[in-house]
Unconditional design. Sequence first.
Length: 452
Amino acid sequence: MKFFLAVIGGGPAGYTAAEKASKAGKDVVLFEQNSLGGTCLNVGCIPTKSLLYGAKQYYNATHAQKYGVTAGDVAFDFGAMQKRKTIVVRKLVAGIKQRLNNEHCTVVNGFAKIKDERRTASGEWLIECNGETYEAENLMICTGSTNFVPPIPGIQDNPAVWDSTDALAASELPKSIVIVGGGVIGMEFATLYHELGVPVTVVEAMPRILPNLDEEVVAVLAEKYRKAGITILTSTKVESIEESGVRTADAEGAKTITAERILVSVGRRANLSGVEALKELELNRGAIVVDDFCKTNLPNVYACGDVTGKIMLAHVASRQAEVAVGRMLKTIPLQRIAYNAIPSVVYTNPEIASVGITEAQAAEMQIETEVRRLPMTYSGRFMAENEGETGLCKMVIDAKNHSVLGVHMIGNPCSEFVSAASFAVRMGYTTAEFEQVVFPHPTVSEILHEML
């Protein structure tokens, strides 16, 4: 069986590439050993957000008195939340399958591996799956990433230890939990468990949680969460994990934190399973090296998504796939990915949304900047809907040409309008040009206009 394109992996990169190439009239085969949608849809973004939304509804109900609403006997059913999460995921997986079927893309369920390190005499790559061999002119590796398991004594085969997949599959809430890792995944789970009444301790080795985000914005979240009762231990190393807790060490010495469950969320690593035959494939720190169009060092071999180790976000994977297929088809003007304008969101409560460089990164790059700050309360809509919250919006501006280099916000619902800031960064808008954009009133997004 010969195809124009063979895609290994059916996550956001894989299914986007398959659909785009199929729409262009090309014969495409997509291999996925689990469910379409990859980590994001099945055991990542979507199930996490489904549970977080349920937790937020419960939190809002129990705090409704701030808005003049009295809600009596408020309760939640975690089993029902899990059931709803599963339904949401199944519907979205079915939707992806239908879209691929509509474009007549061949979908093969099974573990696929590249059969030979060289192409055939006629220039095709060989892929083996379920005992069948497939030939393809172009190969796209979208095998994603896996949870990183740090070499901590006591972590292996410990029934008390969860990764994010285990936590999402749990039928019951833990009585207490220690979260090892204060990154995006760790803080989102901290939000979920805290809002459902579970005592939470976050242990982070770095001096602060969410170390890659703007320091001032993160400080707002950290202060709120500490006041709310979440224990956040920074500059703290995990020395070992026991069945009943975590042994930690910081500047003040060692101690043991007891908890029913330990959730380990210290990052993800590129998954190269199935591509071992490509011995000459260039790697960097365990991830596949690609150029601006997601092409590897091997002829007609592309890689997109987490496996490239660039920015492990679903929307980055999708955009990489679009660019790679466009390059492959040579039917559209060649486009590069604007990595400087990739928005990111942390779905805590309140949300954090960010795009572009931070103030600290600008200083490291020796860029002279003007930094503007406003509390989110400058927006009337924010005031109306976020009682007791202040929030923060920061804009990093190039002091020489006045272009917008970065925007960093904390406050609900900044995830819904960070794309406007992303557009400004992507297009290199100056503050004067961005000021000409009209924002609807009253919306929280008006905070961006207030910054100008």
